[in-house]
Write a protein that binds this ligand. Structure first.
Ligand code: ADP
Ligand code: MG
Ligand code: ZN
Length: 478
């Protein structure tokens, strides 16, 4: 029985205002080669200076991932030749990285597990090549953008666990507000290392490294494919070649890109242009203070404080914006369960349908709560409230105006309901008789008729009550 062994390397662009070692703007989507200077173009005589914000963001992430911060860390040159790398080396960290030995807790298929973080280090991004049919273009706007590399221990044992790790990691990173974490824009990228071993044997198998996945789902799919491919090779007595393979999302296969380079191929050495850094405890403490309550802890608090189910609490705390919104609502209207239900059903359904994120939702907490209050005050019924919410989301208008304009207020006057009920009893002798003979279904039919007459603006329970009160009399009189 083969067991998959997986280690993930995530590269994260930090959203600092300027690049890692120069003053150029760190901005995606600008005209090619407009955000460049002698430093990030690697022109002779230029000197890098570390961006303090990049260091702060990196430390925040390292601390949030429970890493040990190295008291002394340095930058090294990783040498290789490629047209997207203007200096012919990348400023990275080798033997004395910023931080090591952290972990994060994940939940996968109902089980909790701790995944070790081997290291979190700071480096710079390369430029971008744009390939056309006959030639390639290079854009250096991205060269020198601060990049964090977050590497796990080979402790992930299934594609689903890898998926859970990535979702959890992304949620933490979003809470820290250090990156867009947008895989489509390339601000979060993931390479997956995978090998198979027999049972729980100590020795790890030969791994392949998968690249070119542009969503977490693609990472999971690529791993599933690769497990199958490696298993078939091993079962037929073959050997795995250590190599880098590319995921082809269309064909749903991985193909060989190049055989694996070794660290010595990069001729790492300390970058003589950058000083050796010392992390002062006081500075680390000030960084620790900037870390907000993280998703897992917040989810546990939501379960305790608001009596939410683990599932609802998990869903609501996955995005910081959503969790903040939920808590703003609670302050205005202390009914956690009701708010949670509306958010996780009606509002999520709307987001899914429109394929938008919660962040781009157009619904102020005050307006949303006003709708829930109209419902509580029985000014409208639940179905109407759902309908009004839709209009609110589409137009940004408030509940009262919509209800008034569309005349959706519940018919609350008993006299009005009485009249309609009596009319329905008069015009439906058959069902009334059935009900008198003990058929409960017939009563539901009559409720339906009343709801129809009121265009859905009556409270069904109240209608039922009035019908029950009136039918025995009506029956006798008929
Ligand atoms: P490389 O030198 O090829 O970059 P590293 O030792 O730096 O390899 O590890 C890179 C990633 O691969 C880490 O996430 C690590 O956990 C994972 N890894 C290392 N060895 C294996 C293996 N045999 N099977 C699966 N993953 C592995
Ligand atoms: Mg590596
Ligand atoms: Zn620059």
């Amino acid at each position: 029985m083969y067991e998959p062994v997986i280690g993930l390397e995530v590269h994260l662009q930090l959203k600092t205002k300027t690049k890692a070692f120069c003053g150029c703007a760190n901005y995606f989507g600008e005209k090619p080669n407009t955000l460049v200077c002698p430093v990030c173009l690697g022109l002779p005589g230029s000197l890098p200076v570390l961006n303090q914000k990049a260091l702060e963001y990196a430390l925040k992430v390292a601390l949030a991932l429970n890493c040990k911060i190295n008291r002394v860390f340095k930058f090294d040159r990783k040498n290789y030749y490629y047209p997207d790398l203007p200096k012919n080396y990348q400023i990275s960290q080798y033997d004395l990285p910023l931080s090591q030995n952290g972990y994060i807790d994940i939940e996968s298929e109902g089980k909790s597990k701790q995944i070790g973080i081997r290291r979190v280090h700071l480096e710079e991004d390369a430029g971008k090549l744009i390939h056309t049919e006959n030639y390639s273009l290079v854009d250096y706007n991205r060269a020198g953008v601060p990049l964090l590399e977050i590497v796990t221990e080979p402790e992930i044992n299934s594609p689903q666990e890898a998926y859970a790790y990535l979702t959890t990691l992304k949620s933490i990173l979003e809470y820290l507000e250090v990156s867009d974490c947008d895989m489509e824009k390339g601000s979060l990228r993931c390479d997956a290392n995978i090998s198979l071993r027999i049972g729980k044997s100590e020795k790890l198998g030969v791994k392949t490294e998968l690249k070119n996945m542009n969503s977490f789902k693609a990472v999971r799919d690529a791993l599933n494919f690769e497990i199958k491919r490696q298993r078939e090779i091993l079962e037929s007595g073959g050997e795995i070649v250590q190599e880098t393979r590319l995921w082809d999302a269309e064909k749903e296969i991985t193909t060989s890109m190049r055989s694996k380079e070794e660290a010595h191929d990069y001729r790492y050495f300390p970058d003589p242009d950058l000083v050796i850094f010392t992390a002062e405890e006081e500075f680390l403490e000030s960084m620790r203070k900037t870390i907000p309550e993280l998703p897992r802890k917040r989810s546990l608090r939501f379960q305790q404080e608001y009596k939410l189910s683990p599932y609802d609490a998990g869903v609501l705390t996955q995005s910081k914006a959503l969790a903040d919104y939920f808590e703003t609502c609670i302050k205005l209207y202390p009914h956690p369960k009701e708010i949670s239900n509306w958010l996780t059903t009606e509002i999520f359904a709307y987001l899914n349908e429109k394929k938008i994120s919660f962040e781009s939702l157009n619904l102020e907490a005050e307006k949303f709560i006003r709708l829930l209050k109209l419902l509580e005050l029985k000014q409208i019924n639940r179905n109407t409230a759902k309908e009004v919410l839709r209009v609110m989301l589409e137009t940004g208008r408030d509940a009262d105006t919509i209800v008034r304009e569309k005349n959706l207020f519940l018919i609350s006057s008993s006299a009005d309901i009485d009249n309609i009920v009596e009319e329905v009893i008069r015009t439906n002798p058959g069902p009334v008789n059935d009900y008198l003979k003990g058929k409960e279904n017939a009563l539901m039919f009559l409720v339906g008729q009343v709801m129809k007459q009121t265009q859905g603006k009556a409270e069904p329970l109240k209608v039922q009550e009035v019908l029950r009160k009136k039918i025995p009399k009506g029956g006798q009189n008929a």
